[in-house]
Design a protein. Structure first.
Length: 405
């Protein structure tokens, strides 16, 4: 019954009335048989019916009252009351479809039935019975059709409400599931990782104070480890806050992205930290990176930190590394390579971590592709982050790609 709802849409009332009026004019001009044409009285009753239907197309109850009055006037004046009868019946149909209270519908139907019955007063019994059956067409048919349209609209509205309620329920369940997952991750970060980092920071702080006459170089290492651990704790607390209440910290860009103007300094700090670990780093950073958007700037910083950490971990101290960051036509060209000739630290696993996996995922989210593999005696990691805009679908990781981090 969907076509019924579209045919009798409330927004198309004026168009329906206009078509009805044009049909009535056509009936008067060519549809009256046995006479040379419509009488003046017919025109006098039809024209007001046409005009009132147009003027009252938004007020169905008023239209029904006026059309019923014209119909009552037409019965004693003209033999052919088709125009006024159709106008009154159509007015009842519009009222049935659009009335806000059922009582109004039944009162309108009773009014039209009473007007039709007045024409049967004084008629023979057979004619009166025929007129009673005629009420099925003039009153019952528009009433039935209007009720069908109302029911169809109501069922459609209920279906839409149920669909909307289901959508909200699914979204609520999805949000609750994500909140539970974030809460579980936050608890693990706080109870396990943050606890161990805090313990390391505390022990380093104690060592700085209980060991007298430290070599300045050892003291510098302790200071760097303490500062790094403190910064890690701060980042962990921020991450836990984001996981526990993402809406409450959404406006704080420091929790999720670095300020673009601070990116060159942050990259310099990452390079200095790698140098303090013994890696010889040559950095070639384009000053234009300070104008990058926050998301790509954050990606460049995290990639650099992870790559230089991998150099210190796998290539060893005294390895030579090259960091290159440039901006060309809005795209960011980033690469870190090493010669692999440092003294490999003892006790450091040679692979099986998730550093390259995380780097690749971060790059693919931005529409780029991470390349990582041996080059000469060392290792090179590089990528191109496309210019800001709609990101293409991320490529699938190549099977068997090395995962050194």
């Amino acid at each position: 019954m969907g076509w019924v709802g579209r045919l009798f849409d409330a927004r198309d009332t004026l168009a329906r009335i206009l078509l009805l009026d044009l049909s009535g004019i056509g009936y008067l001009v060519v549809g009256v048989h046995g006479r040379p044409g419509p009488t003046g009285t017919q025109w006098a009753l039809a024209v007001p019916a046409f005009l009132l239907a147009l003027l009252c197309h938004r007020r169905p109850l008023l239209n029904l009252l006026l059309q019923s009055a014209l119909l009552a006037a037409a019965f004693p004046l003209v033999d052919d009351v088709m125009i006024n009868q159709v106008g009154a019946s159509w007015a009842l149909l519009e009222l049935t479809m659009r009335a806000t209270r059922p009582r109004t519908i039944w009162l309108g139907a009773g009014l039209l039935a009473a007007v039709d019955l007045t024409n049967l007063i004084g008629e023979p019994v057979r004619t009166a019975l025929t007129g009673l059956f005629g009420l099925a067409v003039t009153v019952c048919l528009p009433l039935l059709l209007g009720l069908v349209v109302r029911t169809t609209r109501e069922l459609s509205r209920q279906a839409e409400e149920r669909a909307e309620a289901d959508r909200r329920r699914r979204e609520s369940e999805s949000r609750a599931a994500r909140a539970d997952e974030r809460g579980a991750i936050a608890r693990e970060l706080h109870d396990v990782l943050a606890h161990h980092v805090a313990s390391m920071v505390l022990r380093v702080g104690v060592a700085r104070h209980v060991l007298p006459d430290l070599d300045p170089r050892v003291g510098a290492v302790f200071d760097d480890v303490h500062a790094t651990g403190t910064a890690a704790l701060t980042d962990l607390r921020r991450l836990v806050a984001v996981l526990r209440d993402p809406d409450g910290v959404r406006g704080d860009a420091a929790l999720t992205a670095i300020e673009p103007s601070a990116l060159p300094a942050a990259l310099g700090a990452a390079v200095d930290r790698a140098r303090q670990a013994g890696v010889v780093v040559e950095a070639d950073v384009d000053p234009a990176v300070g104008a990058l958007d926050a998301v790509r700037g954050q990606a460049v910083l995290r990639l650099t930190q992870e790559a230089l950490t991998n150099v210190a971990k796998h290539a060893g101290a005294a390895a030579r590394a090259q960091l290159t960051v440039s901006v060309e036509d809005g795209a960011v060209h980033w690469a870190v390579s090493d010669d692999g000739r440092g003294a490999a630290p003892a006790g450091v696993p040679c692979g099986g971590g998730h550093g390259i996996v995380g780097m690749r995922e971060r790059v693919e989210v931005l529409g780029g592709r991470l390349e990582a593999g041996p080059t000469g005696s060392g290792w090179r990691v590089r990528t191109v982050l496309p210019a800001a805009g709609p990101a293409p679908d991320p490529p699938r990781p190549r099977a068997g790609a090395p995962e050194p981090a």
